[in-house]
Design a protein. Sequence first.
Length: 598
Amino acid sequence: MKKTFDQKKDVVLMRGIGVSSGIVIGKAHLIASAKSDVLPGDAVPVCHLDTSGVDGEIHRFREALKLSREQLRKIKRKLAKEERVKEHIGIVDAHLMILNDQMLISDTISIIKKQRINAEWALKAVMKGIKELFDGIDDQYFKERSSDVEHIVDRILVNLAGGKHEKIEDVEEPSIIVAHDLSPTDTAQMGEGNVLAFLTDIGGRTSHTAIMARSLELPAVVGLESVTRSVATGDTVIVDGMTGAVIINPSDSVIDVYEKRRQRYKKYGRALRHYRSLPSETTDGHRVKLLGNMELISEISSLIDHGSEGVGLYRSEFLFLNRKTLPTEDEHVAAYRHVAMKMSPHPVVVRTLDVGGDKLLAQVDGVEEANPALGLRAIRFSLKHTDIFKTQLRGILRASSYGKIKVLFPMISGIEELIRAKDMLEEAKQELTSEGLDYDAAIEVGTMIEIPSAALTADLLAKEVDFFSIGTNDLLQYTLAIDRVNEHVAYLYEPFHLAVLRIIKSVADIAIKEGIGISVCGEMAGEPEHALIFIGMGIDNLSMNAFSLLRVKKLVRSVSFAEAQEISKVVLGFSTARQVEHYVSSRLSAFYKEEYWS
Ligand code: PEP
Ligand code: MG
């Protein structure tokens, strides 16, 4: 179909970090999220007013309240029409009640008057007081209301700033979402909606938002820095999720070029299906197991459809996100049992909760951390909140009697932490035994190797586990000291850095020597040029998103194990990432020739 465009508008070409391939030509929809420039978290601007400005400020505040009420009523009407979501009307009612709360309104007005200060600042101050009050009450109901207050205040703040407060699920037309930032939770909601692709100002290649986009096969470009200032809702936009190119208001001829490219991409995807049922083995018969990474239960069918030989990484934290209460033990059992049964007889590696960093848990009050990536994340969180951890471990164990489930601990930094996690697992086993509940007593236990301290003590960790799973996303973040969600340091994301290759080689050597399982489940596993090196190192389990499965299988079937071993050996002799890249590209030239962009 021929796309039209608005000739009067300037054509803008931007380049960001292409994090999920695919080409989309469509209309932009700008979302002002709670994380946008319009609303920079706690840092609302402070403006001192003249006496004459006070009334105007109060009026501005009242108008924002009015608009917020109208928006909520509109959402309520929409919900009432849909049977599936009717039950959520109660949440909107609760928000409307908060919006009419006299304390919120009159206290804000009183601060504006007394301190002659802007409405945003006054409102934030009132919210802080209400939150402290609610948080001080030891009751789940009030804790939930506390986050409701925050949502409402966010809405009012966006309206004060003249921004549109729209949620992704409100988008009515098939659109390309443009936002300052999107959380992994936002992205998880895009699977079934009207979202064709998304663009963000910030973000990095291995952020969980990017990973989620790849899982949903949703083209995405992040780290564009100013896309929210360059695009307006309704603009025609081309997104190339592979190269990171974004063209705003393209000419007809450019649209034609990309339309052809889009067709090529689709054809390439269809051609890859040929590999679906072929064995994953090299030309000299070496088997390499290709497994899938998953975040949402709904991804399981796509993994099966792409020929996955099991789930190498189930990021269980997504069970905790997008909801107000913590999952119960039975909910854990139901989720893992479902996946294990669907995947049977293949294994499913359930990784215990990995929150913190760029995935925040709404149900538990977090402390504001200056360095979230180095903070209370993953196993550290679980070992602090042992009730949450135990519930999950019991759930995983109970589900293990229905299929081949393995348990994996994230962000292990050393032996003591690993032993504490294993002790908790043992405790959970004993509880289940005494309650007469079934589980796989021989359940395999693994540790992620994603922190340099774990890699450097891999020989010690190997004695405690059945397998290692190398998380290259975090291993790169912590080895190269680059924040994986920060676009400003994304240029340093260097998978071919010799430090990375050496560290992975040493972990693989230890696992092989100790006779335990070894896999890579970070994003590198799904890139043919990296997978090739891992195979040569003797890593025979690679876990990745659905789309990469067929591409990597094509690679596996195009080389011999001997060749891969030789290539791995040669690259470890280089000194720069660039040399490695050139060498590997030259060895893969025949493979690349058949890629859709060549
Ligand atoms: C990793 O760090 O490589 C990994 C697989 O875990 P996550 O991306 O969920 O942190
Ligand atoms: Mg990780």
